[in-house]
Design a protein around this ligand. Structure first.
Ligand SMILES: [Fe+2]
Length: 657
């Protein structure tokens, strides 16, 4: 095997990897959080790399390209961008500037250490930096069924931009326009969520749910003091007052407290007040205004009928419905791993289609179940380990359908794990949606989350129009639709909407058959589908974790493939905590220590030239900058280290102080 592309996202949260084979097909995509069990893990994804190498028989020499969803050179530009921004908009002292520089240098250093390590473990591979939003764009465009499409990527931040309007045509992606940092809808949504007490990374999804309980009463204040939106032009800018002068250059939630005269942070997120819901409804309304007007702008720019949506903001399924209905596009594809969890895959796809001459260049068919999978031998081994009966069902779909109709809560695990934050029927907890109390039961016994958050329905594609006012497929649970009847109270929200997943048999045959059998018993071709995890942990990945949940939580049964384990099979005294095998990561940590020591011993003096094209030379350079040194000029030279900036890479800088 050779000609593989490895995408690796390793700086910041939601680190992950993706392996493409020589035909550009996704062989495997894993988020590190699924293995290290740290939600939104920001650890170097060595456990995921090891799983790809060991579990799937991929060797280091098979990897021809390593794609990284960050152009680290642009972080030097970000320092200047922020300096200019503060000079034009706010007072910004030297002290703040130094702090800002140090913060960005730290980020670049982290990037360089990771890329140096990747060079070491994949010595034959070419490393390629892919601009962050191009990575998001690639994750949507190359996974979509469209030949040509407009592309809208919106997240908290890339390198120097927060939003990208682009186009995918004839298999290539082009960036048309962007919104520069720090004007960020994603950050604003995150910071308002944090201000409410719902959290930064976990918060936006909760805020979107809370918005249904409120009214956008504060829209005028938001549009006057926080974010300016020109709906006709399709542009927006964040007001300077809320931009923090203290690095990291993000937002100042103290400004919100001052503006509204209160600090609303909820100590107990189960107890929200009208104010919280109204603020949530307001930021949701802002998000819808901005995203719809951006989509319309993109429609005017491209004239296209198809849209690919990506970036973390594309997980906002309520805004997605508005984009579909008001944005001017006939068809929409939304990448299920729109957040950074899919950015390694996006970078790999971008590199395959733009840099490689490895295959036909045709887009490979995408399905979201490209995470870890386990054979029957692993399942049986795990059952034996826990002294659980090995019980195989001939008709596992029929048995599960019957038990669900009786009111059981069942974890349903099949094949490869889903990429992205939504469980789509391979690591799901399923329940009967016609029983209203199931919602409270799942919350109280398994999920331990706020009572006011909704659960989603998964419906057979053919019957979706009987239940939801939604004339588009929603295979990844990323569109909301108004409920057309009251048959599934456990899977509808307070405002009579639902976050719908439609399923065709070709997309997930076992899930489809299960729902069909449930429909024969209940008359309803819908199940409640929520992610299989306990109390906010990352989605379950292995049989070990799945069966452990039976000991710990209030599930009635776990189904894995054809195997069934009942709650009654479990002796609570035999509860064994999942052992996370943290093998491999210490190797990276040791590498970092070793490299830093090497660099400390090689401090360049004034007049020295740092010349080299590898990450180590760059690390030397960044260490000069970190310690307050100055440099002049640089040489430009082609090397094995490419990026997508369309400019020569640079290497060789003279220390002048
Ligand atoms: Fe992103």
């Amino acid at each position: 095997m050779s000609g593989f592309v490895l995408g690796v996202k390793f700086v910041g949260h939601d680190t992950n990897i993706c392996v493409l084979d020589g035909q550009g097909r996704i062989a495997l995509a894993i988020e590190e959080e699924r293995i290290d069990r740290i939600k939104h893990s920001n650890k170097f994804p060595l456990l995921s790399i090891n799983e790809a190498m060991r579990g799937y028989g991929i060797k280091a020499d098979d990897i021809s390209y390593v794609a990284i969803p960050f152009c680290h050179e642009l972080f030097y530009d970000r320092i200047n961008l922020m300096k200019d921004y503060f000079r034009d908009n706010k007072t910004f002292g030297n002290e703040s500037y130094e702090k800002l520089e140090k913060y960005e240098y730290q980020y670049i250093e982290e990037y360089l250490l990771g890329s140096l390590y990747l060079q070491e473990i994949f010595p034959k591979a070419k490393l390629i930096d892919v601009r962050h939003h191009l990575s998001h764009a690639a994750s949507a465009y190359y996974c979509s069924p469209f030949d040509d499409a407009a592309i809208l990527s919106i997240d908290a931040n890339g390198e120097i931009e927060t939003t990208m309007l682009g186009i995918g045509k004839n298999g290539k992606i082009e960036q048309l326009e962007s919104v520069p940092f720090p004007h960020s809808l994603g950050f604003l949504y995150e910071y308002v969520s944090e201000w409410l007490g719902l959290g930064r990374l976990e918060g936006p999804g909760k805020t979107m749910g809370l918005a249904s309980y409120g009214k956008p009463k504060y829209l005028d204040i938001f549009l006057d003091k926080i974010i300016q939106v020109d709906e006709n032009a399709g542009t927006f800018s964040i007001c300077p007052e809320i931009i923090s002068e203290s690095p990291p250059p993000l937002m100042n939630i103290g400004f919100l407290t001052e503006l509204f005269g209160r600090d609303p942070k909820m100590a107990d997120t189960a107890k929200f007040e009208e104010f919280h819901a109204d603020i949530a409804a307001t930021i949701q309304q802002v998000a819808e205004m901005v995203t719809v007007s951006l989509a319309r702008r993109l429609k005017r720019l491209t004239g296209m009928n198809r849209l690919c949506l990506c970036g973390g903001v594309a997980l906002n399924c309520v805004a997605n419905e508005k984009i579909y209905k008001q944005g001017g596009f006939d068809e929409i594809f939304i990448q299920p791993a729109s957040n950074d969890g899919g950015s390694g895959m996006g970078a790999a796809l971008y590199v395959y289609h733009h840099f490689c001459d490895l295959g036909s260049g045709r887009k490979a068919q995408f399905q979201p179940y490209c995470g870890s999978s386990f054979g029957d031998d692993v399942v049986e081994e795990t059952l034996l380990k826990y002294d659980l009966p090995v019980r195989r069902m001939d008709d596992v779909e029929g048995w599960t359908a019957e038990k669900l109709a009786e009111g059981w809560l069942i974890a349903w695990c099949q094949g490869g794990a889903e990429l992205g934050p939504r469980a789509l029927g391979n690591r799901s907890i399923l329940a009967d949606p016609t029983k209203a109390h199931n919602k409270d039961l799942i919350n109280a016994r398994i999920k331990y989350r706020e009572w006011w958050r909704p659960f989603a329905p998964v419906v057979l594609y053919e019957y979706a129009a009987d239940y939801f006012d939604l004339d588009i497929e929603s295979p990844y649970m990323l569109m909301t639709g108004l409920m057309l009847n009251d048959k599934i109270p456990a899977a509808s929200h307070v405002d009579n909407t639902a976050r719908v997943q439609t399923v065709r048999r070709s997309q997930n045959p076992r899930l489809y058959d299960l729902i069909s059998k449930f429909a024969k018993i209940s008359g309803v071709p819908v199940l409640l589908n929520t992610s299989f995890n306990i109390g906010g942990e990352p989605l379950v990945r292995t049989p070990d974790e799945a069966f452990n949940c039976l000991f710990r939580g209030g599930l009635d049964a776990v189904v894995w493939g054809d195997y069934v384990v009942l709650k009654g099979d479990c002796d609570p005294d035999r509860h064994v905590a999942v052992q996370h095998r943290i093998t491999g990561r210490p190797a990276y940590e040791e590498f970092v220590v070793r490299t830093k020591e090497k660099i400390a011993a090689l401090v360049p003096a004034q007049g020295d030239m740092i010349e080299g094209t590898d990450a180590f030379s760059r690390l030397l350079f960044i260490n000069v900058l970190k310690s307050g040194g100055k440099v002049e000029g640089f040489l430009r030279r082609e090397d094995r280290y490419l990026d997508t900036l369309g400019r020569d890479t640079l290497y060789g800088r003279r220390i002048i102080g």
